[in-house]
Design a protein around this ligand. Structure first.
Ligand code: F3S
Length: 429
């Protein structure tokens, strides 16, 4: 290995020199090289109790990953900490044609069972830990403020950094696992105080509460990978991190992270570091972005519709990317019931799937709301809609969603929460 520029402790150096075996040395070397690429100065211990992996799907072409996992397992180099993982790609309850199912099973996720087995051997918490909202109470992978994490999954990283005040870079898949295995991550970017300073001030000057997913999209597209300090939003979502505010920030953050590459945002008067340090978090010469209702309309109207037939009747609707919280599930159930009643319909007019973490689904299913939701015709699932849409046949279908992440990465068409409610209860306007 060329000269190491990163400062290593004697223990880290010993790992690099093979004290814990050749495989562990290679993992350390990979992390050191990764850190050097980004100008890391040292390696710091992972202090979060659990990891989170982005690679949850047993897709056929990921052969090198399976070989790597086999090697790690056979060498006994498994994760030093337990981890959760992104959602599973397939659920038989989600509508799919015979051919679509064939593609899922034979050509896409044919390695799922084998990969699930590997994940378990590597340290997966349990079979219920497949979700991008691993930080929810029901899932139990909730980092503490200041914890250093080795996570990937952009929506979870931005939430952990911003809402929980943990520290994590926007890692790629496998790097997340390597950090969990060796217990160290390179110190750069969002792990540092300097990297957590805002280089953008966003002034929210709307006349109504901004749609979380459009506001996040506008900010993401403007600031890209920078850190924004958002003023004026607490007027709409309050100064307390309650269930509603957290759900809003979950959806907002996922849009900033996918429509741009935001890994951390501060909300004036609300998120932990902004409450603690206020405007001291803002860098000198920060740029300013003013957002009013007209700007949000402009952003929304510019989303391309890439359906072959732009006027096609939607064949499917996904709500829950990122996965819905328990409160959101209840809220959506009530809204769908009210919408159907107002429209004089008894069931949703477009096949609709709500997605949530397995343990959130389990909790919801124990309540009277489960039967009420079922009565509306809405299907409740634990999948990742993006992995469903990756099926080339599903990608050709006119699918609608209220997720700006799903819109960005697939052919699905975006509607705001209230418009999508109208679509599924009354029909497309
Ligand atoms: Fe989660 Fe899949 Fe959306 S991982 S954020 S449901 S793309």
């Amino acid at each position: 290995m060329a000269e190491i520029k990163i400062e290593l402790t004697p223990e880290q150096l010993a790992i690099l020199n093979g004290e814990k075996g050749e495989t562990m040395a290679k993992i350390m070397k990979t992390l050191v090289m990764y850190g050097e690429t980004f100008g890391a100065t040292k390696m710091v211990p992972v202090t979060g109790k659990k990891g989170h992996l982005v690679t949850s799907f047993g897709i056929k072409v990921m052969k090198p990953v399976y070989e790597l996992m086999d090697r790690l397992i056979s060498d006994g180099v498994v994760s030093g900490q337990q981890f959760s993982v992104d959602p599973k790609p397939v659920d038989k309850n989600v509508p799919a044609s015979f051919l679509e199912n064939l593609i899922f099973k034979k050509f896409m996720y044919s390695a799922q069972d084998m990969y699930d087995g590997q994940l378990q051997k590597m340290g997966l918490v349990s079979d219920t830990a497949y979700t991008c909202t691993c930080y929810l109470d029901e899932v139990g992978n909730t980092p503490e403020k200041g914890d250093i994490l080795s996570w990937a999954e952009s929506s979870a990283v931005v939430y952990a950094n911003s809402v929980l005040g943990a520290r994590c870079n926007r890692n790629s898949g496998i790097i997340d696992l390597f950090g969990s295995i060796v217990g160290y991550v390179p110190y750069f970017g969002l792990l540092t105080d300097e990297g957590r300073k805002a280089t953008w001030i966003v002034e929210v000057k709307t006349d109504k509460i901004p749609e979380a997913q459009v506001l996040g999209s506008a900010i993401g597209m403007k600031v890209m990978e920078d850190v924004p300090y958002v003023k004026g939003l607490d007027k709409w979502i309050g100064n307390e991190l309650n269930d509603d505010a957290k759900a809003y920030l979950k959806d907002f953050g996922a849009a900033t992270a996918s429509n741009g590459a935001v890994g951390l945002y501060h909300i004036d008067g609300l998120t932990p570091e902004a409450v603690e340090m206020g405007e001291a978090l803002i860098s000198e010469n920060a740029q300013v972005y003013v957002i009013d209702d007209a700007e949000l309309e402009r952003v929304k109207n510019n989303y391309p519709v890439i359906w072959k037939d732009k006027n096609a009747e939607p064949k499917l609707c996904f709500i829950g990317c990122p996965h819905l919280t328990y409160s959101q599930l209840i809220d959506w159930t009530e809204k769908v019931e009210a919408g159907l009643k107002a429209a004089g319909n008894s069931k949703v007019v477009i096949p609709t799937v709500f997605t949530a973490a397995p343990t959130v689904v389990e909790k919801f299913n124990k309540t009277a709301y489960a039967a009420r939701l079922k009565k509306t015709g809405v299907i409740l699932s634990y999948i990742c809609p993006l992995m469903y849409m990756n099926n080339p046949l599903c990608g050709k279908k006119p699918v609608i969603t209220n997720s700006n992440k799903l819109r960005t990465y697939t052919t699905s068409r975006y509607y705001t929460n209230s418009d999508i409610l109208d679509c599924i209860t009354k029909g497309v306007k």
